[in-house]
Design a protein around this ligand. Structure first.
Ligand SMILES: C[C@H](O)CC(=O)C(=O)O
Ligand SMILES: [Mn+2]
Length: 348
């Protein structure tokens, strides 16, 4: 079967990430006014879900991850009180965010939660998925850095999340490392084992320029939810550019319910002007995808380059070799210092 034959007529829910994943590229400094401008535009374009929080999710505003311009509560309440149809979602990483913060998000109008863990650590999500369900939220298990484990092992983790109550489970290509066959293997494995009523999602990064191709592979393998960002605004080289993906879906007969021209206008007129630096696969962002490194490490590595004269690309390759994962942001500085000292860039 051709790809078109595999996907034509499928119904897919697109989820915009520019106001959450894009936070990484803005060092978490998006203003409430920008949030309102963009979220109301996305809503009018018919985007069914949009995510709003600090880039690292609820409670992310900290020394380790970077302080946010506003609190999560300010962002969530501002957006949720203005959008008419879209569901406002939050990212929630147990250990960064607390159960109280999840309650706060629901109280302020968030209707969906992505409960995230590293792809081999789903057991930390039990209480949080349970609370999401109890609060009546659309509760999603979000398995990050999914390239670091096998399809079979990913299925085991997804089964845990499903058992805790997640009604959707995501395969997350946090590093933008996967190629379409990697996505097909993982999403296909999830689809063949999880219950029929459990939805499968895919969240891509565009570090190797594969966001669109990988999202199509996910749909062909059974995913019904796909994340992307207007104007591609996300960590690393950005997420799957949502307006481009919506246009591709139109061409292939995939039903998204989105007004593609309106979404293009939001990307062009509201998101693009906000970006200090539009994400692109420069040599550092490309290295994330090439070496399988967490996309959110990009700006930390660029900071280390400025401070110590250590090429960001070389630091990222080392972080990949050390298999550093989300939550180990403090180790970026540590590794940079070790490398800089070893190279005589700093006193021993
Ligand atoms: C905290 C990360 O930005 C979550 C995410 O979007 C990813 O893993 O990708
Ligand atoms: Mn992401």
């Amino acid at each position: 079967m051709t790809l078109e034959e595999q996907v034509r007529g499928k119904k897919v829910k697109l989820h915009d990430m520019c106001l959450r994943d894009g936070m990484h590229s803005m060092r978490h400094q998006i203003s409430v006014e920008q949030m309102i401008d963009i979220s109301t535009g996305l809503d009018a374009a018919g985007v069914p879900f949009m995510q709003v929080t600090h880039g690292d999710g609820l409670g992310g505003s900290s020394l380790n991850y970077g302080r946010g311009k506003h609190t999560d509560q300010e962002y969530i309440s501002a957006v949720a009180s203005r959008v008419k149809n879209a569901v406002v979602s939050v990212l929630h990483v147990p250990g960064i965010g607390t159960l109280d913060e999840l309650r706060m998000a629901a109280d302020n109008g968030a209707g969906c939660v992505h409960v995230a863990s590293h792809c081999t650590e789903a057991d930390v999500t039990e209480q949080h998925i349970g609370l999401g369900r109890k609060l009546g939220m659309d509760t999603v298990g979000f398995l990050m850095m999914a390239h670091m484990t096998t399809p079979e092992a990913l299925v085991e983790q997804a089964l845990l999340m499903e058992g805790y109550g997640a009604t959707t489970v995501y395969c997350v290509d946090s590093a933008g490392y996967m190629l379409p066959d990697d996505v097909t293997a993982r999403v296909g494995a999830l689809r063949s084992v999880l219950q029929a009523e459990t939805e499968i999602g895919f969240h891509g990064h565009h570090n190797l320029g594969m966001g669109i191709a990988n999202s199509l592979a996910a749909i062909a393998s059974g995913a019904t939810r796909v994340d992307g960002s207007a104007a591609g605004f996300g960590a690393g080289a950005g997420n799957t550019p949502l307006e481009v993906f919506a246009a591709v879906c139109d061409r292939l007969g995939i039903e998204t319910g989105i007004d593609t021209f309106k979404l293009m206008d939001v990307a062009e007129e509201r998101v693009l002007p906000m970006m200090a630096k539009p994400p692109r696969a420069d040599r550092d962002a490309l290295t994330l995808g090439y070496a399988g490194v967490y996309s959110t490490f990009l700006y930390f590595a660029k900071d280390a380059e400025r401070k110590y004269g250590l090429p960001a690309r070389e630091l990222l390759v080392e972080l990949g070799r050390l298999k550093m994962i989300g939550g180990q942001e403090d180790m970026i500085e540590d590794t940079a210092l070790t490398m800089a000292r070893a190279r005589g860039l700093l006193p021993a």
